[in-house]
Design a protein around this ligand. Structure first.
Ligand SMILES: NC(=O)c1ccc[n+]([C@@H]2O[C@H](COP(=O)([O-])OP(=O)(O)OC[C@H]3O[C@@H](n4cnc5c(N)ncnc54)[C@H](OP(=O)(O)O)[C@@H]3O)[C@@H](O)[C@H]2O)c1
Length: 255
């Protein structure tokens, strides 16, 4: 017999950004396991094909769309193509595409700041705006990947942190705008501490005098599947429940 979360997500049409690896991939797989039809999106076609194949071999439904989410026109096309692949609509948008570099605010590179701003802030805002056009009149759901860095500023990660404070502000700002317009779409975020993904390797490799990831983190950290389990919990909450933000820390992470 189907679990209640399977029946709640059964037939829902979900678009997941950053689905070629890490948290986005784990959420896409979990959504499909719970009965959703999933559009997986990112730049690396081969990785997306692997996710589609994993979902289909488990009996789920998925299609892949390649797009760079730092380019407004490509985001517009990708979301429109995703909705078309799902029969003309979407019910869920998960914004997991993101980038983290330790780019100093004292002497960092403009290009690092721009890369993070374009993807983490402008890409996410554009994806929300475009997906809303394809949600049902009764409202859909948007889940943004924020971070503990959207709640506190880690040393050497000030610019990344600024983009994640922006994600939290956009999540709340969009929620309020929609309510004022009488739109019942729920907009939430998840704010994880360290998660074992490729992003952490890039983050620790990007400092000018880098501590390696293994030197910096000497305790068990979260797995992408931990975030996916929380995402399913948020996305299957009863309609009158809006879980707006959840901090999820590795138990041993002090700050
Ligand atoms: N890992 C952590 O410790 C941690 C903690 C807190 C929050 N987060 C947040 O969680 C989210 C997911 O990160 P992750 O840890 O899963 O990292 P990840 O494994 O590196 O995944 C990042 C995803 O973003 C996609 N992406 C990167 N640049 C892109 C672009 N220009 N256009 C489209 N897609 C792009 C990547 O795919 P392609 O390269 O194929 O495009 C990949 O699928 C991010 O928003 C991150 O800030 C992570």
């Amino acid at each position: 017999m189907a679990s209640s979360s399977t029946s709640k997500l059964s037939g829902k049409r979900a678009f997941v950004t950053g689905a070629s690896s890490g948290i986005g991939r784990a959420i896409a797989v979990a959504l499909a396991e719970h009965g959703a039809d999933v559009v997986v999106c990112a730049r690396r076609q081969r990785r997306l094909a692997e996710v589609v194949s994993e979902i289909e071999s488990a009996g789920g439904s998925a299609c892949g769309i390649v797009a760079d989410f730092t380019d407004e026109a490509k985001i517009i096309d990708a979301i429109s193509a995703g909705a078309e692949a799902e029969g003309g609509g979407l019910d869920i948008l998960v914004n997991s595409a993101g980038l983290a570099r330790q780019a100093s605010l004292v002497d960092g590179e403009y290009s690092d700041w721009a890369d993070m701003m374009n993807l983490n802030v402008l890409g996410l805002a554009t994806a929300c705006r475009e997906a809303l056009k394809f949600f049902p009149d009764t409202g859909g759901q948007i889940l943004n990947l924020c971070s503990m860095s959207g709640h506190r500023v880690p040393g050497r990660g000030g610019f990344y942190s600024a983009t994640k404070f922006a994600v939290r502000a956009m999540t709340e700002g969009l929620r309020q705008e929609l309510r004022l317009a009488g739109n019942h779409t729920r907009v939430s975020c998840i704010s994880p501490g360290f998660v074992d993904t490729e992003l952490l390797d890039e983050y620790f490799a990007s400092a000018s005098s880098p501590l390696s990831r293994d030197e910096a983190i000497k305790f068990p950290i979260l797995k992408a599947e931990d975030i996916a389990a929380l995402a399913i919990h948020q996305l299957t909450a009863p309609e009158h429940v809006d879980i707006t933000d959840v901090l999820l820390r590795p138990t041993h992470q002090a700050v």
